[in-house]
Write a protein that binds this ligand. Sequence first.
Ligand code: WT7
Length: 643
Amino acid sequence: MASANVYPPSSEFASRAYVQGMDEYRALYRTAAERPEEFWGELAEKELFWFEKWSHVFEWHPPFAKWFVGGKTNVSYNCLDRHLATHRKNKVAILWEGEPGDQRQISYQELHRLVCRFANVLKGRGLKAGDRAVIYMGMVPELPVALLACARLGVTHSVVFGGFSAEALKARIQDLEAQVVITGDGSWRRGKEVRLKDAVDEALIECPSVKDVIVLQRTGSAIAMKEGRDHWWHDLDQGASEVCPAEELDSEHPLYVLYTSGTTGKPKGIVHTTAGYLLQVTATMKWVFDLRDEDTYWCTADIGWVTGHSYIVYGPLSAGATTMMYEGAPDFPQPDRFWRLIEKYRVNIFYTSPTAIRSFIRQGDQWPNAHDLSSLRLLGSVGEPINPAAWEWYYKVIGKERCPIVDTWWQTETGAIMISAMPGAVPLKPGSGSLPQPGILCDVVDLMGKPVGDNAEGFLVIKRPWPSIARTLWRDPDRYRQQYWERIEGVYMTGDAARRDEDGYYWILGRVDDVMNVSGHRLSTMEIESALVRHPAVAEAAVVGKPHEITGQAVACFVTLKKGNWNHHELGEELRKWVAHEIGSFAKPEQIRFTDSLPKTRSGKIMRRLLREIVTSNTVAGDVTTLEDLSVVTRLSAQHDED
Ligand code: WT7
C-alpha cells in the first residue's frame, strides 16, 4: 500500500541525532551485514560492562544461537552499578506516577540500593542462579526492582501481566515450576483495585513448587496472608543488607521467560538470555530512540509485555535513561491523563501503541490541545500496524509536525526492535515500519523460501540470527524449531505477512497464523477456543480476529452448543465472562455467534479463513488498519494452513 506522504528528518533533528542521514545508516547496516562478528563484538565492548570477555562472538547450531560465548556479565550491574561511577549517580532512573497521583523519583544510586536489598531478600529465601520467580504486579517501581534483583542473582524471572486471570497465572507458574511468586495486594486501574493477591491465592492451590510469596503493599486493602508461605515485602526488606554483589553470569544465562500466545492452546515460554539481549536493547535505545542523557523517556506499555521488559526497564536503564512509568489507565480521571503527564514531566520521547492513538483520536483533539506538549521531540509506535490516518493525527496533533515517528516492528521472540526508522536518518512513510536495523537481514518470501520481489506480498522472514533472538522455548526446544525454523527452510519465520516496496521499506500486513492482535496484545485463537470448550454448554468453538476501529482486531467467536435448551443471549454473556475468567479480561470476546456447525476441511480442521471473511465482510472498516487488502492475508493464511 503506497502512501503519498514522505517525511524526511528535519535538518535540526538530523544534526543532533545519534545516526545522522542515510549514508550513516547505510554504513552501519552494511558493516553489520558484511562483518557481523566484528560489528557486534566491537559494540559489545563499547556498550556493555564485562566481568570476563567472551572467547568468540557467535556460535550457530541451527536453530540454536549463542552470542558472546564464554563471556561473563550481569544485566543488573549494567543497568545500575556501572552508572554509579558517572554523572548519572544522582540522575533520576525511574520517574513514576501512580494512578491516584502519588509520585516517586528514584535515582540510579537509590535504585541500586533498593535492588541490592531486595536481592538479599530473595537470597534470604534461598533463591539462587537458575531458580525461577514469577512476578505478578502492577506498574509500580518495585516491579523493575524485582526484575533487577532477580537479574542480579541469576534468578530467571517471568512476569505475568496483571490483567491475566488466576487460571493463566497458574499455568505459567506450573510450567516454570517457580519457587517464588512476587506480587502486590493490588494495583490501581481506572479508580478500581485490581485484586492481585486474590488471583495468586486462587492460582497457588495447585502449584506445589511455590515455597514463598512476597507481597508488596500498594493499595492497603484487606488480603489473606497464608502463614509460612506469604510475607510482606516491607517485613522482609527491613534490615536487609544494602550490599549485594552482582553474580558473574554466563552470557547465555537465561534472564527471563515471557509467555506469549502461539498457534496452539498452550502459551509458549519465550526464553531470553543475558548478554546478546542486553546489547541489542541498549543499542536500539540509541539507534531508534536517539536517546540523549537529558531526555525524559516514556514508554506507556505494561511491563507484563515484552515492550515493557525491553523498553521500560532493560534498554533504558542500561543506556542510563530517565525512564518514566505510570501505573494506571490513560483515561483516568479524564481522557487527558497522558498529555497531562507529558506536560508535567516535560517528556521528550513518547512511545505508545496504535490502539491508544486511535482511542485518543476518538476522544477529540481538545484533550491534547489543552496541554503544552512542546517538550516532545520524538514519537514511537509499537505492537500493531498503524494506519496512515492515525499516523498523520499523531504527527500533527501530538508532535505538532516537529517530531519524527518511529514505527517499530518486533516481537516477543525478537527481544529488540527489528524494523524501524532511525529518526535522524530515514525518511518516514506513514504506515511503514521502514528499514531494518543493523544486523537484521529481512526478506519477504513464499513458502518455498523464494524471495517474492518488490511490492509483492509474502512471508516476512529473518535470514540470520541476531543477538537478542529468543534462544528456545522453555523446556520445549522441538517446538521452537518447528514453530520458527521449519516452516520455511533455514530462516526465522516471523508469522507476519509483509510487502517490501521499491525503496526497501517494509509494510507489515498482519499475522498469517492463528494469532490475533487485539490492542497490540497477542492472543491465540486456539487458546480462546480451548477456554470456550471447557464450558459445559459448548460443543465446539472457532475464534477469529475481526477488524476493529480502535483495537485493530476484536475477538469473534463461533460456537456450537451441546444438546439443551439455551437462552442464547444469556449464554453469550456468560461465555464472554467465562473467557475473561479463563484467560484475562483483555481477551474478552466482542462477539459470540451461535451456529449449528462450523466449516471444516475434509481432515476436520476448522476453516478459520472462511470465518475471517465472514466477520470481515460485514463490517465497514474504513481507514482503520493497514490490512487494506485482507484477501492477501487470507490467501497467505490458507497457504500456511495447508502446509
Ligand atoms: C506481533 C508481535 C513487540 C512489541 C509488542 C508486540 C505485531 C508489532 C508492529 C508494528 C505492525 C506489529 C506483529 C508481530 N506488531 N509491532 N510496528 N507494525 N505490526 O509483541 O505480542 O510478541 O506481538 O505484533 O504482528 O508479529 P508480540
